[in-house]
Design a protein around this ligand. Structure first.
Ligand code: IMP
Ligand code: MG
Length: 178
């Protein structure tokens, strides 16, 4: 499929399944090497990271635990703007090396709050591993240590990422047509 329509918008093919797999191969090898002896906890951010996480974790063949969280965003009255609380962290991560698996880092606000809360829960270290990173959109100083792919500031869907709830199940990644 070169072009697809989701709800009211048209998207064109941006990355094939094979291209995504190649990028995940590369980032997985880095993570597997760096965390070989660390017995890390992979914290998968639902829903967007589900497909990336399953592909990455199959390739990161080291002793590790896997757990899942959701991030609830809400506009508080604080001057800091939107807050992002983590929900469902049911594992004790005190003293553990944590790797957050996220679909995409855009402004970086979500990851900033997630990293702070994981340190607050006692993590010894927290690194971010994202399928996509939009460096030009980033508004925080959060460090994306592992990015499978750096992309321009375009809106994309597929491979876990959605447009208004749809498109997560697409095997390729599609870019919004302007
Ligand atoms: P941030 O807090 O601005 O970094 O936003 C990150 C979240 O926004 C991601 O976890 C996605 O859920 C969503 N997001 C950002 N860019 C895109 C995109 O291009 N397509 C789909 N979702 C996106
Ligand atoms: Mg997300």
């Amino acid at each position: 499929m070169q072009e697809i329509t989701i709800l009211d918008k048209t998207f064109s093919l941006y990355l094939s399944e094979a291209e995504i797999a190649g990028a995940i191969d590369r980032v997985s090898a880095l993570v597997a090497h760096d965390y070989k002896d660390a017995k890390p906890v992979f914290v998968v951010v639902l829903s967007g990271a589900f497909m990336f996480a399953s592909e990455l974790l199959k390739r990161v063949d080291i002793p590790a635990e896997v757990t899942f969280i959701r991030v609830k965003s809400y506009d508080g009255m604080q001057t800091t703007g939107a807050m992002h609380s983590i929900l469902g962290l049911d594992m004790d991560i005190k003293g553990r090396a944590v790797v957050v698996l996220e679909d995409i880092v855009d402004t970086g606000l979500t990851m900033k709050h997630v990293v702070e809360q994981l340190y607050g829960a006692g993590a010894a270290s927290v690194d971010i591993c994202a399928l996509f990173h939009k460096p030009a959109a980033q508004k925080t100083n959060v460090i994306v240590k592992y990015a499978a792919m750096k992309i321009p500031n375009d809106f994309i869907v597929g491979f876990g990422l959605d447009y208004d709830g749809y498109g997560r199940n697409l095997a390729g990644v599609y870019k919004l047509k302007q």
